[in-house]
Design a protein around this ligand. Structure first.
Ligand code: HEM
Length: 374
């Protein structure tokens, strides 16, 4: 169940124990766990869910792969400083300044997709749109020269599968063979970096700067990519939703189709959660998707009604000291994509719907193949 949470209805109990996790599904308790640093730590956020076997670990070590605490998994003193450095990069003003360029890029992408469809081709929207736009925006903000989208996507999806998926031992070896070398490449990028990554390099050293870049390159584009695919799929199936404003559509999308379905914390001491005793060291899985459909959150919690009361009260971006630094960026990207693709979407039909691989936290939907309606 835990590897395919999105398929399951929210349980009656607000908190329960399942497959080695304390699973929290109510909005109130989810928020409490995420925001309470006294009782719960984010230190386990990037721990591999399926233990990595020795030979795959060896492969990672061979490429000097390390993930010291920097951002999402950092509950030490350095978190505030590192978060502030990247917070400045993703500040609302910088995100807004990107909007005209992003609108141009998205408009050109929509025109290309429309042209390909008119020639009778089917188009994988996941590859042509969702994979391209968030990565281009992230690279621009971070000042990275990302030439090969496919290579970054291959690596970031491998990382999500290795750390949050349920791969076989053979597959883990394969994934380590992708993640290790890419991490080594990132070390090179780190060495030549400027801005926030450079500040981190000078202050905390190469391992920390590389680890931060590694996390940002995955979290900063794969999440939004996955969200775009889920949202565009929904809008093609339900074009009536397009009568609402893009920002309102995006918000309801985040509430009902969060690309990160769950996120972990670890109990720092013995404690109690909604009547359940939790022991120090236990992993607490905060079911973000279920929290968004809690009865107390929105007026019609299970229905997609853009602009409804409570629409923004979801926990898709987490909460507390680790709340997502990219929320404005991903909202802006999704708004622009919805606005620019709105004229085309009602004319599309789904030829292949996205399939989600088993994963504890990420939806991983791919592909989304469409054709023009006849
Ligand atoms: C729809 C897209 C996205 C979703 C759903 C999402 C969701 C999340 C979640 C659930 C967390 C953990 C929050 C917690 O522990 O309470 C997180 C953390 C984070 N996200 Fe996002 N994210 C998205 C896009 C982005 C983007 C575009 C960026 C960067 C450009 C980004 C950067 C980060 C960072 C740096 C953290 C760690 C913050 C910290 O530990 O202080 N995310 N995100």
């Amino acid at each position: 169940m835990l590897f395919e949470l999105w398929k399951h209805p929210r349980p009656d109990a607000p908190v329960l124990r399942r497959d080695g996790q304390v699973v929290v599904s109510s909005h109130r308790l989810a928020r409490q766990v995420l925001a309470d640093r006294e009782r719960f730590s984010a230190a386990n956020a990037l721990d591999a869910v399926t233990p990595i076997p020795v030979d795959a670990l060896r492969e990672l070590t061979r490429h000097r792969f390390r993930l010291p605490a920097t951002l999402a998994n950092n509950d030490t003193e350095s978190h505030e400083r590192i978060r502030a450095a990247f917070g400045a990069v993703f500040a609302p003003a910088n995100v807004e300044a990107l909007r005209p360029w992003l609108t141009g890029l998205t408009r050109r992408t929509a025109a290309q997709v429309a042209w390909r469809l008119r020639t009778g081709e089917t188009v994988d929207v996941d590859a042509a749109v969702s994979s391209e736009i968030p990565l281009a925006a992230l690279a621009r903000l971070l000042g990275l020269e990302v030439e090969a989208t496919l290579e970054v996507k291959h690596f970031s999806r491998a990382a999500l599968e290795l750390f949050w998926g349920d791969p076989t031992v053979e597959r883990q070896r394969e994934l380590a063979g992708v993640v290790g070398p890419f991490h080594a490449l990132l070390r090179g990028w780190t060495a030549g970096s400027t801005g926030a990554t450079r500040e981190l390099l000078d202050e905390y050293g190469e391992d920390a700067a590389t680890a931060a870049l590694f996390f940002l390159l995955v979290a900063g584009q794969e999440t939004t990519s996955q969200f775009l695919t889920l949202l565009l799929h929904r809008l093609i199936e339900e074009p009536g939703l397009l009568e609402s404003a893009p920002a309102a559509i995006v918000e309801e999308g985040l509430r009902l189709l969060p690309p990160i379905t769950s996120w972990r914390r670890v109990a720092k001491r013995d404690t109690e959660l909604g009547g359940l005793e939790v022991r120090a060291g236990e992993s607490v899985l905060v079911w973000l998707g279920a929290a968004g459909t809690d009865e107390d959150v929105a007026e019609c919690p299970m229905r997609m009604v853009p602009g409804q009361r409570g629409s923004r009260r979801h926990l898709a971006f987490g909460a507390g000291a680790h709340r997502c630094l990219g929320s404005q960026l991903s909202r802006m990207e999704a708004e622009v994509v919805v606005a620019e693709f709105a004229p085309l979407l009602p004319r599309l039909r789904v030829a292949a719907a996205p399939v989600s691989e088993p994963n504890l936290s990420f939806r991983m939907p791919s592909p989304l193949v469409v054709r023009l309606a006849v």
